[in-house]
Design a protein around this ligand. Structure first.
Ligand SMILES: [Zn+2]
Length: 401
């Protein structure tokens, strides 16, 4: 086996540029002194790296003025105020949110299109997304196209081909959504597609409330329910990329019918449809109806409270399975489950305690997503930023010096 060649200075420079930009993307503005310390390089090396990133139009540097301290204040390096951006898209059953996102996760512009079963075919959704991408790009006022498009959607995504294997609540089966969308966008625009819960946990782990936590489950509950998992500090995806579909674990084959074609899936007990069913409101799920049930429960309405308690018990049981299987340190509850946690934390925790084995369940903490309802959206932005952060020189089209 031939020995690997030593890293050339050019490769080291690329690697270090990637590291500096990644630190700024994850943590926001940092002083040169902080960056120097984090990368363990000399001050002059850091000076050259920052100069490169300024040249590439990716960061700005400001020299703090004033201050009564001894010595010169360290320069502060932050994302360039009018630098590159990506477009992130959060496709859900009831709405499509599109946003332009800058380095550091800054939400620049946002566009929301309500949808429903009448506009949920892959072609219709791609059409809405393409128009929205154009709209939010113009709204940035930056007069340049986005670096790439990141898509979050409620389905399993093949990690090798990027095809959507199945999105039960959209009724999609084996859809090359990235390619379909690409045909409607200016040529050459990169599109990355990910599962909503997978990208939500990615955003929270890279830049959010669990950045220092190695074992995390993000349970996203909307119409559908799925889990994004970080295990040992790395995304747990499985061979094809389909891991985490706990919403379709069957707990009772004689239970309510599920969109996936089976019956008695976890989703039919803890998804938004379950809350509506238990509250005796058989409308198609919508954010308004769910909000009305929560409002009634907060007022003490008996039927709404019973529905909330019923779903909480089932949620605690589902969490117990996750805790027994994965032993996470934190579990984030996103989507409508976040509000359920607000109203019924004691009931959820009691059911979790009752159904999880004592030892692995002991340390788990349930928490709200730090990005509120935007975790999946910001995770989609992470997908789109990945290439730039891995190699700022090549992605910005700059030639190595
Ligand atoms: Zn199912």
């Amino acid at each position: 086996m031939p020995a690997s060649p030593a890293a050339r200075p050019d490769a080291i420079r690329r690697h270090n540029l990637s590291l500096v930009l990644d630190h700024i993307h994850r943590d926001g503005a940092l002083t040169r002194a902080q960056l120097t310390q984090r990368l363990e390089v000399s001050r002059s090396t850091m000076g050259a790296l920052v100069a490169d990133l300024i040249e590439l139009g990716l960061v700005d540097e400001v020299v703090p003025t004033g201050g009564s301290g001894v010595g010169r204040p360290s320069h502060v390096v932050g994302p360039h105020a009018s630098g590159p951006y990506v477009v992130a898209v959060d496709i859900d059953v009831t709405q499509i949110i599109t946003a332009a996102v800058g380095i550091g996760g800054a939400l620049l512009t946002r566009h929301v299109v309500p949808t429903g079963p009448e506009a949920s075919s892959p072609g219709q959704v791609a059409g809405i997304v393409a128009e929205s991408v154009d709209q939010v790009s113009k709204d940035t006022g930056r007069n340049r196209p986005p670096l790439g498009i990141g898509i979050s959607l409620p389905g399993t995504v093949d990690r090798w081909s990027g095809r959507v294997a199945v999105a039960p609540n959209l009724d999609w089966h084996d859809v090359a959504f990235g390619a379909l969308l690409g045909q409607l966008l200016p040529s050459g625009m990169r599109v990355s597609v990910g599962n909503d819960a997978d990208v939500a946990v990615l955003a929270e782990h890279r830049r959010g409330g669990v950045r220092d936590v190695d074992d995390v489950v993000f349970l996203l509950g909307r119409i559908g329910v799925g889990a994004g998992i970080i295990s040992g500090g790395r995304p747990l995806r499985g061979f094809d990329g389909y891991a985490g579909e706990i919403g379709h674990n069957v707990v009772d084959a004689t239970g309510p019918p599920c969109h996936c074609g089976k019956a008695g899936c976890v989703e039919t007990y803890i998804g938004e449809g379950a809350l509506l069913r238990l509250a005796g409101r058989p409308e198609p799920p919508s954010d308004d109806v769910t909000a009305a049930i929560f409002a009634d429960a907060r007022r003490g309405d008996a039927a709404a409270l019973a529905a909330v308690r019923g779903v909480s018990e089932s949620l605690g049981r589902a969490l117990a399975s996750l805790v027994n299987t994965l032993n996470p340190q934190r579990v984030m509850l996103g989507g409508y489950l976040s509000e359920l946690l607000d109203i019924a934390r004691p009931e959820i925790e009691l059911a979790l305690k009752d159904y999880a084995l004592d030892a692995p369940g002991r340390n788990v903490q349930l928490m709200h997503p730090s990005f509120g309802a935007d975790s999946a959206l910001l995770g989609a932005a992470e997908l789109a930023f990945a290439e730039l952060l891995a190699d700022p020189l090549t992605t910005t089209g700059a030639l190595p010096a």
